[in-house]
Design a protein around this ligand. Structure first.
Ligand code: ZN
Length: 329
């Protein structure tokens, strides 16, 4: 008989991107009403905190203070212990045991909820697709690292100590390159942004024509994964081959997930996952070649419907799950 007036209160959520924070305010229905991006000047915990504090101060000005729920949800990189809010490890930037929740709570004087950004993307995506009847979903965020969130029966699956979904460090090539985590042939070492850019640079040295040379001003060391993705979608053969190899590794990992978890959706997100039509097509083909036919018949592989907002909306949704407690506190 009763329901919330969506605009009565606002929830604060933030997503730690590779180079910037996306900070959002959502209404009580998790619809974004304000957003802003704040650049992160250096990949250190302190620089991340400083940028977050700046973004939160700015976005808080945009709504009346009494309508803001007194908490913040955060989606960060790395393996996060959800109970303690400690980032156990984020190998791509060399972080170990960063007490990020404590740092944020001291700086903002607000209770904080800290969860891996891939998990929060998954949470936002399944909320968004609830009307389509989606309850089982795997979310893959592709950028400088690879984040993954698993939703089963409508709820986030976190596992015994919050590490479910560490797909980035599962082996997809036994003799592959050394990963900063210490293992060889991890998915992240072969299919995340730096690996894509490195493979393109290596292939350019053989002299094959490619639009990537001009894009990088004849300095192949400046080529980024975004350059490779864009060139591949424009039909560049060398870039297309690199994206095809990347999709091959992703296809191995996703086919395993399809066989093990039997999801309805696999969602590609993050700056690389969202950017490339070719990558999506090749991942669909590679997964179809490796997954078992019966679980494959139940799954659709698509790009995220929420774009780069996904992680921040999921972070705000953490606050919304506690809305009644926060309103009547
Ligand atoms: Zn690894």
């Amino acid at each position: 008989m009763l329901e919330f007036c969506p605009g009565a209160y606002f929830a604060l959520g933030a997503h730690m991107g590779d180079n910037d924070w996306r900070v959002v305010l959502t209404d009580l229905d998790a619809q974004v009403v304000e957003r802003l991006d704040v650049p992160i000047p250096a990949p250190t915990p302190a620089a991340n905190l400083e940028a977050l504090v700046q973004g939160v101060a700015e976005i808080r000005q945009r709504v009346p203070a009494r309508q803001l729920l007194p908490a913040i949800g955060l989606g960060t990189r790395g393996l996060v212990d959800i109970r303690s809010g400690v980032i156990q490890s984020a190998h791509e930037v060399g972080w170990l045991d960063v007490p990020f929740r404590q740092m944020v709570e001291e700086a903002l004087e607000l209770p904080a909820l800290v969860v891996n950004r891939g998990k929060l993307g998954a949470l936002a995506e399944v909320r968004h697709r609830a009307a389509e009847g989606v309850t089982d979903l795997v979310y893959l965020s592709l950028g400088a690292g690879i984040g993954c969130g698993i939703v089963h029966d409508g709820a986030l699956y976190v596992g015994a100590n919050s590490s479910a979904g560490e797909l980035a460090h599962s082996t997809v090539a036994p003799d592959g390159p050394l990963c900063p985590c210490g293992n060889y042939g991890c998915l992240q070492a072969l299919a995340a942004g730096p690996a894509i850019a490195n493979r393109a640079r290596a292939q350019l040295r053989h002299g094959e024509p490619s639009v990537l040379r001009a894009r990088a001003g004849n300095h192949p060391e400046h080529i980024t994964a975004q350059d490779v993705v864009a060139a591949a979608d424009e039909g560049d053969a060398l870039a297309g081959r690199v994206i095809g190899e990347t999709a091959g590794y992703l296809g191995i990992a996703i086919a395993n997930l399809v066989n093990i978890l039997n999801p309805q959706r696999v969602v590609l997100a993050g700056p690389i996952g969202l950017a490339s039509r070719l990558l999506l097509e090749r991942v669909q083909q590679e997964t179809a070649q490796r997954a078992m036919a019966y679980p494959l018949s139940a799954v659709r592989i698509t790009r995220s419907a929420l774009g780069l907002d996904g992680g921040a909306i999921g972070a705000a949704a953490l606050v919304l799950q506690q809305a009644i407690d926060l309103i009547f506190r």
